[in-house]
Design a protein around this ligand. Structure first.
Ligand code: C2E
Ligand code: MG
Ligand code: MG
Length: 743
């Protein structure tokens, strides 16, 4: 039927295919009701290669059959279509269907007809984008070659344009539709899918991250070592592994060199695109195909890369924010927010009155940090976290809910004092060797909080506070009564703050006497609070609340200023007396303390040598070196230091010798015990001896009667303060009292 001229078709050199991979080819659909036409066409085109690829043939004998084939195969490049088959215009109807229903716009159509007289309307040719219209006799082998070649080339061009357009659309849709909340891994999978779609190949690919910092959880890649964030197709199993774990060294090399050189690599069957991330590290996405990958226009890949880069930054950022929002950086445990959400979630799933929240607090943690540094503190927290995680069953939720506080939420069988303490009792190892850590624990049962996370945390925190009030190493359970007491304390604190602002606080002054001469040698300033209702609030109620809340820092500063102003006035009235002011350990430790004292002294324009600061032994919990250093700094200002309530704290007498103090105050409980003849050598006597040996002044507090006074005098005590001399008095009262004593 066709003349066999051997027109050489000069074409682009073939692209080398991967060994063993089926070669990519152009698919040609021959639609004709004449079987001979099928054979002849296939025979004529058997040797043809277009843009390096051979042809593959599909056959249909009716228009319907052609449509069915095209429905399943969207990669057909050219249809050679007989016009007249089951009907006169069966071919044209097929064309209409191909364009309007199947919407195969890139597909090239070559109409053929056996009847030279029959030609479709020109309009139809234009409307349906028909490539060529030839009578069968016109189509010699040579003509068929050129017609088909031209059709395939134009198919490829259209397809690329479409790919570019749809690629751009995809990228834009992908970027705008992408939800950064989904996380880096979901995003990475989407990028592989997008790139594969863009290239028109199945999604066989890898998305890698080479991070600058350790990405725990992202495949365990260490610094600079790429980890596979997501993988698809034949690489699926490599997801979340280090890149080097890939079985195919060639793929590893391509991706590594892409990341190393910071540029995209394209070689026939694989494409590795590089994106630089500003914060999280560099990314590479790798896609490969058994068939040669089409050349995608560079500008399109650039658009793709820059969009992915921007997106991945956002995603990485959101991911980091989310991690920061729910995970504690130091211990990698969930944080307080995460624990609250988990308790809420479990509460919704099932109510269990048996679930308990325990808050475990490391005792004296801030003192530990002060003494040994933050690094030591961090290690301690990590060690405790690791111990708890290893020992607690998996269904117990463990979190770090605060600086040195761990939250343990689970069944009462595990979350109870005995089992938690059995986990924590063994010493912890550190560089210095094993050391035990003391813990306070507060418990709250889910039943009291209706399994609501935030409330449960609050209740357990109240119980913990309660436990800590009984000293280190204690436990407490939340009860309604405890809750009420705590609320009272909170109210008290609230009122105290208001009192400080509203002048409900005032200072009274108690004289101190030289026992040998009987003359006044100093005054102690003591704060008082008369509440709005006119009642005096006892100091032992509000001082601890002020200390726990930190309000003592402001309160103490206020007392110092008032006391120094009073001292100034007394001096102006001819009574330049030493003023003793109480300093809480919390206040003493405060970083602004020295500056505050210096400013108060300067503002009152008093002689700093007339100021004595009373501190208790417990300041040394601050850390020995820091305590001594701060005491020296106070002395350098000119002020003197008295150790208040000596003997009631934890320290030994030898301790006193090592502190740079001027005065030691014997607590009134030891003074009261002086009258008891059966209690062996009175402590007051020991303190007086020691103080004298150390060259310190010794002052006895709470001296109530002449017998105590007499005994103290005979023991060699230097000074005294108490009801036997004078009660604490308001400033004007004190001034009158002083005047009354003048000769
Ligand atoms: P403190 O520093 O040991 O004060 C001496 C306490 O003994 C005062 O109690 C004083 O009123 C009381 N007192 C005086 N003479 C006698 C007596 O003959 N017999 C008895 N039984 N007691 C006597 P106050 O004023 O209730 O103060 C209690 C504690 O509150 C003080 O003990 C001090 O630790 C603390 N405090 C008072 N004012 C301040 C302050 O401005 N700042 C700080 N941080 N603590 C303060
Ligand atoms: Mg005192
Ligand atoms: Mg005292």
């Amino acid at each position: 039927m066709y003349s066999q001229d051997f027109l050489a078709v000069v074409d682009d050199p073939p692209v080398a295919g991967a060994a063993g991979a089926p070669e990519a080819c152009w698919t040609l659909l021959i639609v004709d009701d004449d079987e001979d036409v099928h054979h002849a066409t296939e025979f004529a085109l058997a040797d043809l290669r277009v843009i390096g690829r051979p042809l593959e043939f599909l056959h249909a004998f009716t228009a319907d059959e052609a449509i069915r084939i095209l429905e399943g195969r969207r990669d057909v490049a050219v249809v050679l279509l007989d016009v007249v088959m089951e009907g006169e215009d069966a071919g044209l109807k097929a064309v209409e269907c191909i364009r309007n229903e199947l919407r195969l716009s890139a597909l090239r159509i070559i109409l053929r007809t056996g009847q030279p007289g029959y030609a479709p309307e020109l309009e139809a040719i234009a409307n349906f984008d028909i490539n060529d219209y030839k009578t069968k006799t016109e189509l010699t082998r040579g003509k068929l070659f050129t017609t088909v070649t031209a059709a395939i080339r134009s198919y490829e061009q259209i397809r690329r344009l479409e790919a570019s357009r749809s690629g751009l659309e995809l990228i834009i849709a992908g970027v705008s539709g992408f939800n950064a909340e989904q996380g880096l891994e979901v995003f990475a999978s989407a990028v592989i899918a997008q790139l594969a779609t863009l290239l028109g190949v199945p999604a066989d690919g890898i998305f890698c991250l080479r991070s600058e910092r350790d990405q725990a959880g992202a495949g365990g890649g260490t610094v600079g070592q790429p980890a596979v964030l997501a993988a698809a197709g034949r690489f699926l199993l490599t997801a979340n592994k280090p890149l080097t774990a890939l079985p195919d060294p060639k793929v590893v090399e391509v991706i590594e060199s892409c990341l190393r050189e910071g540029r995209s690599q394209h070689n026939g069957h694989s494409l590795a695109l590089y994106f630089s991330g500003r914060q999280g590290g560099d990314f590479a996405v790798y896609v490969e195909s058994t068939a040669a990958l089409p050349d995608i226009e560079n500008h399109l890949l650039d658009v793709f890369c820059s969009n992915v880069a921007i997106c991945s930054e956002n995603v990485a950022l959101v991911e980091r924010l989310r991690t920061a929002a729910y995970v504690d950086d130091l211990t990698r445990l969930p944080n307080r927010v995460a624990q609250i959400e988990e308790i809420d979630r479990l509460g919704k799933v099932s109510r269990s009155p048996d679930r308990v929240l325990g808050l475990i607090d490391i005792d004296e943690f801030s003192e530990t940090i002060d003494a040994f540094g933050y690094l030591f503190g961090d290690r301690q927290l990590q060690a405790v976290a690791a111990r708890l995680r290893a020992a607690l069953p998996a269904d117990v939720h463990l979190a770090r809910v605060g600086g040195d506080i761990f939250g343990v939420y689970g069944s009462r069988d595990v979350v109870n004092p005995a089992s938690l303490r059995s986990i924590l009792v063994e010493p912890f190892e550190n560089e210095a060797g094993p050391h035990t850590i003391s813990f306070s624990i507060g418990f709250a049962s889910g039943a009291e909080a209706d399994d609501r996370g935030a409330e449960l945390q609050r209740n357990a925190a109240i119980a913990l506070k309660r436990a800590k009030l009984s000293g280190p190493g204690n436990d407490a359970y939340y009860t309604a009564e405890v809750g009420m007491l705590t609320r009272q304390r909170v109210h008290l604190l609230h009122d105290l703050r208001a009192a400080l602002d509203n002048d409900q606080l005032f200072v009274v002054y108690q004289p101190q006497f030289d026992l040998a001469s009987g003359t006044i040698c100093g005054i102690e300033a003591l704060v008082r609070w008369r509440s709005g209702t006119g009642e005096a609030v006892p100091l032992d109620q509000f001082i601890p609340v002020a200390e726990q809340s930190g309000l003592i820092v402001d309160l103490g500063a206020w007392v110092l200023r008032v006391a120094l102003a009073a001292q100034r006035e007394l001096a102006d009235h001819g009574h330049p007396l030493r003023m003793a002011v109480n300093v809480s350990p919390i206040q003493f430790r405060h970083h602004e303390f020295l500056r505050m004292v210096r400013a108060a002294v300067a503002d009152a324009a008093i002689d700093a040598r007339l100021l004595e600061l009373e501190i208790t032994e417990s300041v040394a919990l601050f850390g020995w070196a820091q305590t001594v250093e701060r005491m020296r700094a106070i002395k350098a200002l000119g002020a003197s230091i008295a150790i208040d309530d000596f003997g009631t704290g934890f320290s030994s007498l030898s301790y006193l010798a090592r502190l740079p103090t001027d005065c030691v105050k014997i607590d009134r409980s030891f003074v009261a015990a002086l009258g008891n003849l059966h209690s062996g050598t009175p402590i007051a006597e020991l303190v007086i001896q020691l103080g004298r040996q150390l060259g310190m002044r010794v002052l006895a507090e709470g001296v109530e009667n002449p017998l105590q006074l007499q005994t103290l005098r005979s023991l060699g005590c230097h000074e005294g303060q108490g009801m036997v001399f004078a009660p604490p008095m308001a400033q004007d009262e004190l001034l009158r009292w002083l005047r009354g004593r003048e000769p």
